[in-house]
Design a protein around this ligand. Structure first.
Ligand code: LMR
Length: 398
């Protein structure tokens, strides 16, 4: 038999939680596992700007023929404007090339395929902790990984000195995978000064930044969240950026992402793009159209774009409000000082709960969070926050 020896794989540490949550019969259960925004009613809504764009597209669409291998050029340009800023020459001058990929994951994988296939590097340095999928994306593309420390668990802050100290061991030409903002899972990002130091460090040690940009607009704002990438690019004209529109457009299931690669000059960038095309053609042939068309429609229409920016800022503000409430309620319940929750950015808070406590939350209270102790605060609302606090206090008191 061919398949008899195949072993059962473990459930995915994040998406597997959603399956377990769905199978849980308790009506009081709360899903704070996967990084998906839920509104006050516990629903992950389709954004209004997206719905409108879809209605227009339904009327306008005349064909479902293939998209170009890298997606529509205008889509790439909008993505670059979001990353670098509208007035930055990189958005238009040809040194940066972009390619529509299926979600941020697809962009990471195509970027990793490009790095491996073109012998750019064979080692990537990944933050510890990080999004669990980073490891398997890189290794399945044939790149081995090393870890650099990222989080100071005592002070709930960035372990910046230890990070740089460890990265001194990286060899010239190694890749360093960074989170542009809203670090997943810690919610802790470098300051502007730290980004500057990091940029100079990467340049000095000839390391290639590969930036995972999955949460633009979910932290401090569309421009504010892009500051790190923009700073790095001043020092490192060559870099890769994997952007996602899953979270900031709520287009999770449409798999809309972009890989952007910057080079020192236009001629190099053209050659880079030609190889990325091969990587895409080999992996998926060409990208799915719907999500890309929606993003393009919203970003190119002044009214829809301002609706999007407004909706996104409401999401960001609601997440921030829930963070603050969580801190206040935990403090009122005598759980201690969790002020650091409001200092973390984006959808996640790194609670400090250990594996046993996380298990207990699930078993005794039906509260699902990721095994690392990551809580998706974007899933909190006025109806479930008290139950979370009660469960949190119970598991931390024992
Ligand atoms: C998460 O970290 O929860 C999200 O990025 C969803 C995923 O694919 O893991």
């Amino acid at each position: 038999m061919f398949f008899e020896r195949i072993e059962q794989a473990p459930a995915d540490p994040i998406l597997g939680l959603t399956d377990a949550f769905k199978a849980d019969p308790r009506s009081s259960k709360i899903n704070l596992g996967v990084g998906v925004y839920q509104n006050e009613d516990g629903i992950t809504p389709v954004m209004k700007c997206v719905k409108e764009a879809e209605q227009i597209l339904l009327e306008e669409e005349k064909s479902k023929t293939y998209l170009p291998i890298t997606g529509f050029p205008e889509y790439g340009q909008f993505a670059r404007e979001l990353i670098f800023g509208k007035d930055n020459p990189l958005a238009t001058d040809g040194r940066a090339v972009s390619c529509h990929c299926p979600g941020g994951t697809g962009a990471l994988r195509i970027g990793a395929d490009f790095i491996h296939q073109q012998h750019v590097s064979n080692t990537v340095w990944i933050s510890d902790p990080t999004w669990a999928n980073h490891y398997q994306i890189m290794t399945s593309a044939g790149i081995k990984f090393e870890r650099y420390p990222y989080y100071d668990r005592v002070n709930h802050s960035l372990a910046f000195e230890r990070m740089l100290e460890t990265l001194l061991q990286a060899k010239e030409g190694d890749v360093v995978l960074l989170h542009a903002c809203c670090h997943n899972p810690t919610g802790v990002d470098p300051t502007v000064e730290q980004w500057e130091t990091l940029g100079a460090f990467l340049k000095e040690h000839k390391l290639l930044p590969f930036v995972d940009f999955a949460y633009q607009g979910l932290g401090k704002g569309l421009n504010e969240d892009a500051q790190g990438v923009r700073i790095l690019n001043k020092y490192c004209p060559e870099m890769l950026i994997a952007s996602s529109f899953s979270k900031n457009f709520g287009l999770y299931s449409e798999r809309v992402g972009v890989l952007t690669v910057t080079s020192e000059d236009v001629e190099t960038a053209k050659r880079v793009l030609s190889q990325i095309k091969i990587a895409v053609r080999t992996a998926i042939s060409n990208p799915p159209a719907h999500g890309e068309k929606v993003v393009l429609k919203v970003l190119s229409d002044t009214r829809l774009r301002s609706m999007w920016e407004q909706e996104l800022s409401e999401i960001r503000e609601r997440i921030h409000k829930m963070r603050q409430e969580l801190v206040d309620k935990l403090s009122a319940a005598g759980a201690g000082d969790y002020k650091f929750f409001v200092e973390q950015n984006g959808m996640f808070s790194f609670s400090g709960l250990n594996k046993e406590q996380v298990e207990k939350l699930k078993a005794d209270f039906g509260v699902y969070i990721v095994g690392s102790g990551r809580i998706c605060v974007a899933g909190l609302n006025e109806r479930n926050i008290d139950r979370l606090v009660e469960a949190f206090v119970a598991v931390t008191r024992e």
